[in-house]
Design a protein around this ligand. Sequence first.
Ligand code: ATP
Ligand code: MG
Length: 250
Amino acid sequence: MSKHVDVPEDHPRYESLLTRHRIEAGVDKGITSRQGLIAQGRGEAFDYLLGERTTDSADAAERVAVAHLLLAEHAVLSVNGNVAALAPAETVELAEATGADIEVNLFNRTEERMQAIADHLREHGAREVKGLTADARISGLSHERGKVDADGIYDADVVLVPLEDGDRAEALAEMGKTELVVDLNPGSRSARAAAVPIVDNIVRALPNMTKHAQELAQEDEATLRELVEGFDAQAALDEAEREIRTGTFE
Ligand code: ATP
Ligand code: MG
């Protein structure tokens, strides 16, 4: 994590404050929208309630999500302004570890932000960044909000959509895609639309998924399918809610 900001390392919210600074820097760089600041605030509140850690059930969901990525014909990791600001290198590493494409996909789409995010991802090692062609549409969404690449998200069978808006998450699921959602709010429509809801902070989820990918890459297809089939999305959401209700706070 970058240390450009003056946060004392013994501060109890150290990681959280650094993460918040990354979002601020993202806004300054034209990567993150101002609405992204609000989304971050909402995420922080849930992270606080979860104890700012990856729970066992989130870890299990991350492993299953990776199995889906490895089994996919065509997997795509969708990147918005918050994800690009918080975890650009971690996104590239997961894409490399699973053979997934990376596509920029914005709720508030402007060509400037699309370009800034694509450049930022390339600076962090991305070889190819999709989303700029925007020659296909997700059905059921208005024109600007539905734009995707025909050879990217439109064509994908498995998509990872972190911090996604509920409408878009539902529309992608309705297109028959296997949707993997990272969202700290287990009650969010996005998490509820997901085949695999991952209730964890994106900054912890992505590196942990890459670690799982390195292990699962050795496994045969039958083992991966077993993992995928044994997963219960509702049970994962229930477990996250239980963690929130029964957590102890520092
Ligand atoms: P809907 O209810 O339609 O799903 P929303 O109102 O939740 O949409 P946003 O506020 O844009 O829409 O959603 C942002 C979501 O992302 C929130 O649920 C928030 O908890 C989650 N979130 C924010 N920051 C992070 C993060 N760093 N890691 C994981 N999830 C995050
Ligand atoms: Mg939501």
